[in-house]
Design a protein around this ligand. Structure first.
Ligand SMILES: [Zn+2]
Length: 383
């Protein structure tokens, strides 16, 4: 089947074909034009009057489908009550003592059937699609036991285009960090995952555990990712870089001395402004990272605790306002650069030969951050 998107006011195009990522997204071009796809692949940057489906894009923009490279799907239930407690000033320790936090999500997951977990996750995934997201990463992490994590890895495969094993998310009861890392080692060998991830924070795992996960990831031949510097500057970035990490995620408390080495490395800075906003966290130095030429990435961090956000256009709006980014910078961060984090070289830009994951907006790209909270997506075309 052939689909022709005709006469767009703006088509978002890379400065050249075949780039793995963009360190200078101002090089992205926005030009009037058309795009034609056949059997799920972009075949021409012009219209085809003989196509089976013709989409009139006059006055509209055509961009690559969004890639959400950091979500915590699948999970069970939500934690709205905790959010109200948090914003009205109940300390997190008290919420946690009352059985809240990650433990609450772990209990909900354990109590839910596979069918229930999948139904909720696929519903969120459908919501993401309505907001223009065509590629989604899924993670484990709420299993909090060996069997629970193996189950979640299996379910995540039916939800995400890539599955990340976040086996080192929280330390389960009865373990210390080092003891649970032995289980993580075994899980990494047993589970079918595409990457490994760890949550490094004072209440979770340590830099030495990150170092060990780096060795495990090398052994398994999968990329290493890490949640770092969310609430404290733990100086985990140099450790992650030395371990060859594909991405470091959060960075709200990035130490100033670690910015230049990160920007120079082939390691993405995955920023999560939804979590920063809803958690009243520090702000990652998004402007400085972009100025230094880092591989900047945006994602929703979609999870029931700190960021129950599914819409990447909302995240784009937050990034533009709070980091002082241009819309081109924000769009590169959740298309091509995010695809690189997930190891997808076949998507993320509009090029002949790439997957036809395309979004037609209802106006120009500048409206995405400006009409904050409005869903700018008119049509989603997927391969
Ligand atoms: Zn996360």
């Amino acid at each position: 089947m052939k689909v022709s998107i005709r006469g767009a006011a703006q088509v978002l195009l890379p400065p050249e074909d075949g780039l793995p990522y963009l360190r200078r997204p101002s090089e992205l071009r926005l030009e009037p034009g058309s795009v034609t796809a056949e059997d799920g692949v972009i075949v021409a940057l012009e219209d085809d009057p003989g196509a089976d489906v013709i989409i009139d894009a006059a006055g509209r923009a055509v961009i690559p489908g969004f890639v959400d490279c950091h979500t915590h799907l699948p999970f069970a239930g939500w934690r709205a009550q905790e959010y109200e407690q948090k914003v009205t000033g109940v300390p997190y320790e008290e919420i946690a003592r009352g059985g809240g936090g990650i433990a609450a999500s772990a209990r909900a997951l354990a109590a839910a059937s596979d069918a229930e977990v999948l139904a909720q996750a696929l519903e969120v995934r459908e919501e993401m699609r309505e907001w223009g997201t065509t590629t989604v990463e899924a993670k484990t992490g709420y299993g909090l036991s060996r069997d629970g994590e193996l189950r979640l890895a299996r379910l995540a495969r039916r939800v995400g285009d890539r599955v990340t094993g976040l086996f080192a998310h929280a330390i389960p009861e009865g373990y210390d960090a080092a003891g649970w890392m032995d289980e993580v080692d075994a899980l990494a060998a047993a589970a079918d995952v595409d990457a490994l991830d760890i949550y490094v924070e004072s209440v979770a795992f340590r830099n030495e555990d990150l170092e060990r996960l780096g060795e495990i990831a090398r052994r398994e031949g999968v990329p290493l990712r890490a949640h770092v510097e969310q609430f404290n500057a733990n100086r985990s970035v140099p450790v992650a870089l030395a371990a060859g990490a594909r991405s470091v995620d959060h960075l709200a408390c990035l130490h100033p001395d670690d910015l230049a080495p990160l920007a120079a490395a082939e390691c993405a800075a995955v920023l999560l402004p939804g979590a920063e906003f809803l958690g009243a966290e520090e702000l990652a130095p998004g402007r400085a990272l972009a100025d230094a030429g880092a591989i900047c990435v945006l994602a929703t961090d979609c999870n029931p605790g700190t960021s129950p956000v599914a819409a990447l256009p909302v995240v784009v709006g937050l990034a533009v306002r709070r980091y002082g980014w241009t819309v081109r910078e924000a769009l590169a961060a959740c298309t091509l650069n995010a695809a690189w984090v997930l190891g997808f070289g076949d998507r993320g830009t509009i090029e002949v030969g790439k997957r036809a994951d395309l979004v037609v907006l209802d106006g120009p790209v500048e409206h995405i951050p400006y009409r904050f909270g409005h869903n700018p997506v008119a049509e989603v075309v997927t391969a």
